[in-house]
Design a protein around this ligand. Structure first.
Ligand code: DX5
Ligand code: ZN
Length: 219
């Protein structure tokens, strides 16, 4: 399977959201990555349902919704209703993670859990079998354009090993500081889905950057 590329619309031009959505539609990107921040779980506020709706109106690819919010279980049904295909909640934001994962699945979405840089992948051992994807945060969540934290690479290797035992089809997504210069090592480590904001929207040709990321072949 070729890697999944998910441009983060957090780095899009919000005054030209339709244009940037069309750019992703016509590119080789696979998903739209949608970062929802509440100013409580993370020290920043991004956007909520109105922006999700606006993207959904034009998006022709799945919406990969990353909830950086407390009490995500309160909003899952509404995110599903507004068009989320994959919903990621943070391990650190869920006391009853197993229940939250079931709520995501019952809402008809793929279930994913994100880990902050300080959270060990071993904590997911008993729930891995229930997940479609794990998102490894390779920066501290809250802002686009930050530097990749190198230790994230070891976490991907460890998670891939763990997944091989119980859930070999698990998708491993990496989010934060992903670029054309580190994506190859991340694929080799065992990740297969990549979020990129700054690397894509800051490129002179976002479409070409997406194609370059999509077509890296490690074999
Ligand atoms: C950060 C968000 C990321 C962000 C990535 O909290 O979860 O999705 O948009 O942006 P870059 O690729 O610029 O690090
Ligand atoms: Zn994200």
């Amino acid at each position: 399977m070729k890697q999944i590329i998910a441009p983060s619309i957090l780095s899009a031009d919000f005054a030209n959201l339709q244009r940037d959505t069309e750019m992703i539609n016509t590119s080789e990107a696979d998903w739209f990555h949608v970062d929802v921040m509440d100013g409580v779980f993370v020290p920043n506020i991004s956007f909520g349902f109105p922006v999700l709706k606006a993207v959904k109106k034009y998006a022709k690819k799945p919406l990969d919704v990353h909830l950086m919010i407390v009490n995500p279980e309160k909003y899952i049904q509404e995110f599903a209703k507004e068009g989320a295909d994959i919903i990621t909640v943070h391990y650190e934001a869920c006391t009853h993670l197993h229940r939250v994962v079931q709520i995501i699945k019952d809402a008809g979405c793929k279930a994913s859990v994100a880990l902050n840089p300080h959270t060990s992948v071993s904590l997911l051992k008993d729930i891995l079998v229930d997940l479609d994807m794990v998102l490894i945060m390779s920066v501290n969540p809250g802002f686009g354009g930050q530097q990749f934290i190198p230790q994230s690479l070891n976490k991907i290797v460890e998670l891939r090993k763990l997944a091989n035992e119980t859930n070999p089809n698990l998708l491993i997504e990496v989010d934060g500081g992903v670029s054309i210069s580190n994506i190859e090592s991340l694929i080799k480590a065992g990740a297969n889905a990549f979020v990129a904001g700054n690397a894509i929207f800051g490129a002179s040709s976002p479409t070409e950057m997406i194609a370059s990321m999509k077509n890296i072949d490690i074999n």
